[in-house]
Design a protein around this ligand. Structure first.
Ligand code: ZN
Length: 244
């Protein structure tokens, strides 16, 4: 059996990442669905932690943006300001790590993308409609995504021809064989946006064929203090307390 911890949207928040690592305990592997940097104060430290854990990663739009500052106009102003700051902080090793990230990958028969199978870097899967479009582009029955920072799941119904997606989040975890195709979002480690400031992640159990969501408290103030010291935008600092 393999128990894989799935993480996403760390956004340079080392305090949140460390809390998740401690909470997860011993696992058989780590997979990350992108946005390692941006917004937060410790990009290099987060990359070093991922290397230490041998995390299988893909690229997020912020990881791409920091390597391509000409894309800054595509981001909102606070996100763009944080990316410009991040670019000044990256070590050559961190830059190389981000540059080598693929935009999609398949691990053990599971697909990993940041946005959606249709647009891996940029599309937000927030609705059944978008999920339905994405199911058609999937190469594997289950795809893990990030980008929205909201723990969520979308499933293709076996007996429906038209509306083929449902949005649900069972407390007991999701049985991966219950639907022909599923899109699962573990939520965001470093900047949750569902009104719950705790770091979000999840466990894939490849033997039991389940995925379960987890939340863990972390030292939000530690990250906020570092952000203040780095003169990162105030709204980005404040939102961490609220979880949006
Ligand atoms: Zn993100």
């Amino acid at each position: 059996m393999a128990r894989i911890a799935i993480i996403s949207d760390i956004h340079s928040n080392l305090a949140a990442l460390e809390a998740v690592v401690k909470h997860a305990g011993t696992v058989d592997g780590w997979w990350c669905t992108g946005d390692i940097v941006g917004y937060g104060p410790q990009p290099n430290e987060c990359i070093a932690k991922l290397l230490e854990l041998d995390v299988r990663c893909i690229m997020g739009n912020h990881d791409h943006g920091v390597l391509n500052l000409s894309e800054i106009p595509w981001f909102n102003s606070t996100a763009g300001d944080a990316l410009v700051w991040t670019e000044t902080q990256l070590t050559p090793d961190s830059r190389e790590f981000l540059t080598n990230l693929p935009t999609t990958r398949v691990e053990g028969g599971f697909e990993l993308v940041h946005g959606s199978p249709r647009q891996p870097l940029t599309e937000y899967v927030m609705s059944a409609d978008i999920a339905e479009q994405s199911f058609r582009r999937m190469t594997e029955p289950v795809c893990f995504i990030g980008h929205t920072h909201v723990p969520s799941s979308f499933a293709e119904l076996p007996d429906r021809q038209e509306t083929t997606a449902v949005h649900q989040l069972p407390e007991t975890g999701q049985n991966l064989d219950a639907f022909p195709r599923m899109i699962l979002n573990a939520g965001s480690v470093g900047q949750p946006r569902d009104g719950d400031p705790r770091a979000a992640y999840g466990f894939l159990d490849t033997a039991a064929r389940t995925f379960t969501w987890r939340r863990v408290e972390y030292d939000v103030q530690r990250t906020q203090d570092l952000m203040r010291r780095a003169h990162l935008p105030i709204p980005l600092i404040e939102r961490l307390s609220e979880g949006w």
